[in-house]
Design a protein around this ligand. Structure first.
Ligand code: TRP
Length: 349
């Protein structure tokens, strides 16, 4: 089957290195493999509004920031259609019909939604729009016939929900027009849920524990200095713990043997470094300096490209508008087919 790829991010802040290893890198790889028919990347502003409806400015101002991050990591607007979700009003129509196929209990069971409700202290006053965002995400995917969705691991429940809606729709309306999508996540386990620099479960803007793609080297160095390691590793000679040690988690996600050759030639690879740390005699300063070199080498080209691109934000918006026009035409065609399949194409018969 031909590959149609679609993915997106909420514009609630600049993207960080968790986004990078968790999904952006995978998207760039898929783009460069050239094995797809169509590739869409969406700035999900409407979804961002489901929990930021009282802060339009935050969402509005981050649309170009997220698009800048996309291009800085190497997504190429010549190959990938980048667009803004709210520019495609047809998507809300898909959502309206899909809402009939999902129960309230099913939405409340979604583990990602559950965690977010807790984190946002919605308690018993959950906005309906927020609770329904997994349905709207199904619209985003199916309106473009996407069968591959490169996302962070936390999005797996959304894909499960999408597959369920697709099956229910096809079965109920005796059709096969909707395609079951599958998620694409990185194979390196340590890339799946990169912890924040404080060792807390997830990197997030609200926790202030992120490293952004555009962070300058001095900021990067400061953040690595503050990074959580092993609180019981006090003297250099003490044996150290690897588990839960953020420096090693990041090295797992980012470093390769080339980095060792260049910046830490006393060790052939990460296993040797870990063994020394566990045994004792290896200080945090040394591993942190190495991590700085590794991250800085990864981020420098991204940061430089971002700086050039951000000179012309108007051009960024122009790219998004052009992409939105193209995307809207596709979604609108699909909506016609959806309505025909349901039998609500009154003017056609
Ligand atoms: N929920 C995704 C996020 O949190 C954003 C998103 C919206 C998305 N629609 C999508 C991702 C469709 C993949 C496919 O960032």
């Amino acid at each position: 089957m031909k590959k149609i790829i679609l993915t997106g991010d909420r514009p609630t802040g600049k993207l960080h290195i968790g986004h990078y290893v968790g999904s952006l890198k995978e998207r760039v790889r898929m783009q460069n493999e050239d094995e797809y028919e169509q590739f869409y990347v969406m700035v999900a502003d409407a979804q961002a509004l489901t929990d930021n409806y009282d802060n339009i400015n935050k969402v509005r101002s981050n649309i170009s920031e997220v698009a800048l991050d996309y291009m800085a990591v190497g997504l190429d607007p010549q190959k990938v259609t980048m667009f803004i979700q709210s520019e495609i009003p047809e998507l809300t129509e898909f959502t309206f019909y899909y809402m009939n196929l999902v129960t309230l209990a099913r939405l409340q069971r979604n583990p990602t939604v559950k965690a977010e409700i807790k984190q946002k202290n919605f308690d018993n006053s959950i906005p309906v729009g927020f609770l329904c965002y997994p349905i709207s995400q199904t619209s985003d995917i199916t309106a473009f016939n996407a069968n591959y969705v490169p996302v962070g691991e936390d999005q797996l429940p959304m894909l499960e929900q999408a597959r369920e809606i697709v099956r229910t729709f096809n079965h109920l309306y005796k059709t096969d027009i909707l395609v079951e999508p599958q998620a694409v996540i990185p194979s390196n386990k340590s890339c799946l849920r990169l912890p924040g620099i404080d060792g807390k479960a997830k990197m997030s803007k609200s926790l202030g524990n992120t490293i952004y793609l555009g962070d300058e080297p001095d900021v990067l160095r400061e953040k690595i200095k503050m990074m959580y390691t092993d609180p019981n590793h006090i003297k250099v000679s003490d044996p150290g713990n690897i588990k839960g040690n953020v420096v090693f988690t990041y090295l797992d996600a980012f470093s390769n043997e080339e980095h060792f050759k260049k910046y830490l030639p006393d060790y052939a690879n990460l296993d040797e470094l870990k063994a020394h740390y566990k045994r004792g005699g290896l200080g945090d300063v040394k591993i942190k300096n190495f991590l700085f070199e590794v991250l800085n080498e990864t981020l420098t080209p991204i940061r430089e490209k971002r700086k050039v691109l951000e000179q012309d934000k108007e051009e960024i918006m122009h790219i998004l508008f052009k992409g939105s026009d193209k995307a809207r035409a596709v979604a609108s065609e699909k909506l016609k087919k959806l309505k025909s399949a349901m039998g609500i194409n009154y003017r056609e018969v």
